[in-house]
Design a protein around this ligand. Structure first.
Ligand code: SAM
Length: 456
């Protein structure tokens, strides 16, 4: 077989029309016989000039030099930092076009598995920016000065930033104030190349309903230099109700370490969703877009058409938000979650809301569900809300053995959703609609709700 060679060479300057946008928001220009070149910051239909930066046998990358003809969907904004860091890779695309882009991502993923489902228009978010209730920003010394910002994509080069566009501006302000306090008290940032220094990340989470803010200082050392004074200063900032020092001594990209110390206020934040109270501790997952979370949950709950006699399983349940939201409509709710701190929060939250018909299992859903299948556990409705990797084959096999009447699938990744829907439909379930819900404006993330029912 003849060896395939790329029709372009590195450094070449070319022009072309952008045919498509990838799921990572790269413009695709086809040259030769369908050889794709991916160009950042280029939108579908734009005529562009670009320089080839990388070439391999099947595709290449290019750097945008000039936009000759702009897309009508391009929004004029100084988005360079947001595009470079990957914080907001769709910030140059009009919001209405972002919603269509997300709907198309689901359509394309389902098509790969020949699933002829109807994909509804994406439910728009009320806040197009400033919606995130959580920030995790890296801290780094740049030219001898402690900076907060974000890493350039696929690197650990910190771009100093104070306006993160998609985060609640009050969180941005808190981070900036903490940065100034750290500078004043000469707390050094951790240097991953030398292993020296102290502070790795600052995490801030804000509860929309109460305005409470939790600050987590992620440290290489057990204690920060001048810790008492630093904590005292941070505690004086507006809305701060909790400060935690998280100890992460490992050489890792995982942000939070296992051990933490409460140095001010409470171990948890208090928020509300769909009229219920929730306590959220630092290690627990909590949805980042408060208003859209309520719409997402309501969409999922409406789709489930729950009955008072139903036994409901809420798998990948976090701090119990979905389970607690439906508990008063059904007979029983059973939660499965792998993070012990989140399960402790969920138990506490059930009590806080006067819910008595829930039970809680700590463990991996793919291990618990087969045990329940073997024990012939009955369930009527199964909610699943897995991480990006979706459901494991063991979990799907166990679900097919347990046979809940309905499965409500909340997904944050259309690719794994399509794979799992395909397995579930092959196993005796039917469905025909996916409802995307925009939880993350300006980013390429696509959240959706689908319902499956047993077809017997
Ligand atoms: C997308 S979050 C959803 C949480 C919750 N439903 C909510 O809306 O806040 C996924 C959750 O699954 C948990 N998780 C991850 N892998 C898991 C596994 N193998 N088994 C059970 N839970 C898991 C995570 O800790 C996280 O709380």
């Amino acid at each position: 077989m003849a060896k395939f060679t790329a029709p372009v060479t590195k450094g070449q300057r070319l022009s072309g029309t952008v045919a498509d946008l990838t799921y990572e928001a790269m413009g695709v220009v086809k040259v030769g016989q369908d050889y794709p070149i991916f160009v950042a910051n280029a939108l579908t239909s734009e005529e562009i000039e670009f320089q080839v930066t990388k070439v391999n046998a099947h595709y290449g990358f290019g750097r945008l030099l000039k936009i000759v003809t702009e897309s009508p969907d391009r929004v004029p904004a100084d988005t360079r930092n947001y595009l470079q860091t990957g914080i907001a890779p769709l910030a140059h695309l009009a919001y209405s076009a972002q919603l269509k882009f997300k709907q198309e991502q689901v359509v394309n993923s389902l098509a790969k598995f020949h699933l002829d489902w109807q994909v509804q228009p994406t439910l728009a978010a009320p806040k197009e920016t400033g919606y995130r209730n959580k920030a995790q920003v890296p801290v780094k010394m740049v030219a001898g000065v402690l900076q907060t910002g974000f890493y350039r994509q696929r690197s650990h080069d910190l771009i100093p930033m104070t306006d993160f566009l998609i985060q609640d501006p009050r969180i941005d302000q808190t981070i900036q104030s903490i940065r100034d306090i750290l500078r004043e008290y000469q707390v050094p940032a951790y240097d991953e190349t030398t292993g020296k220094g102290t502070l790795r990340h600052i995490m801030v989470r804000r509860a929309q309903a109460t305005g409470q803010q939790m600050v987590v200082l992620v440290s290489k050392q057990r204690h920060l230099p001048n810790e008492v004074a630093v904590v005292e200063q941070i505690s004086q900032l507006p809305e701060i109700t909790s400060i935690i020092v998280n100890f992460n001594p490992k050489k890792t990209n995982v942000i939070l370490g296992v051990k933490e110390r409460l140095v001010f206020g409470h171990l948890y934040l208090e928020d509300e969703l769909l009229g219920h109270q929730f306590h959220i501790s630092a290690q627990s997952f909590y949805q980042v877009n408060h208003d859209q979370t309520e719409r997402l949950y309501q969409t999922a709950i409406d789709a489930a058409q729950l009955q008072p006699t139903d036994v409901v399983v809420d798998a990948y349940s976090g701090i119990g938000t979905i389970g607690i939201s439906v508990a008063d409509q059904v007979k029983q709710v059973r939660e499965i979650e792998v993070v012990p701190e989140a399960v402790a929060d969920a138990k506490n939250n059930a009590q806080l809301n006067g819910v008595t018909n829930m039970d809680f299992t700590v463990g991996k859903a793919e291990e618990i569900m087969p045990q329940w299948a073997a024990a012939d556990v009955k369930m009527d409705v199964l909610f699943v809300d897995p991480p990006r990797k979706g459901l494991s084959p063991e979990f799907v096999a166990a679900v097919l053995a347990v046979k809940p009447q309905k499965i409500v699938y909340i997904s944050c990744n259309p690719a794994t959703l399509a794979r799992d829907l395909s397995l579930l439909t092959a196993g005796g379930y039917q469905g025909n609609q996916v409802q995307p819900v925009d939880m993350f404006p300006q980013t390429t993330h696509v959240e959706s709700v689908s319902v499956l029912e047993r077809d017997e």
